[in-house]
Design a binder for this molecule. Structure first.
Ligand code: FES
Length: 105
């Protein structure tokens, strides 16, 4: 288990005990005011949008083409910080990583 530091849609920050080997989305979707993840992690809805500071990206997998195309359709897309949380598998390298849930669109 690792800790994720999650700021939800209303600005509250909580520490989450996260399981490794499953996605960031699966670890945070049950929190209050968190991601909707309507497609269940199939990379087709972008409702699992989160912001992660660029300085923390070293431990993340590359942003894939499909992920980027979905993100670019969002009004809140930030080229420097936007990720789909369903496309990030949590590993031991993510202990303490901070993320902010994207706005509802
Ligand atoms: S849960 Fe739908 S794109 Fe991530």
């Amino acid at each position: 288990m690792v800790k994720l530091v999650v700021t939800n849609r209303v600005g509250a920050t909580v520490e989450v005990d996260a399981f490794t080997g499953i996605s960031m989305m699966e670890n945070i979707r049950e929190l209050d005011d968190s991601v909707d993840a309507i497609c269940g992690g199939m990379c087709s809805c972008a409702t699992c949008h989160v912001f992660i500071e660029p300085s923390l990206w070293d431990s993340l997998p590359e942003r894939g083409y499909e992920e980027l195309m979905l993100l670019k359709d969002l009004e809140s897309f930030d080229p420097e910080r936007s990720r789909l949380s369903c496309q990030i598998e949590v590993t031991g390298d993510h202990d303490g990583i901070a993320l902010k849930v994207g706005p509802e669109e």
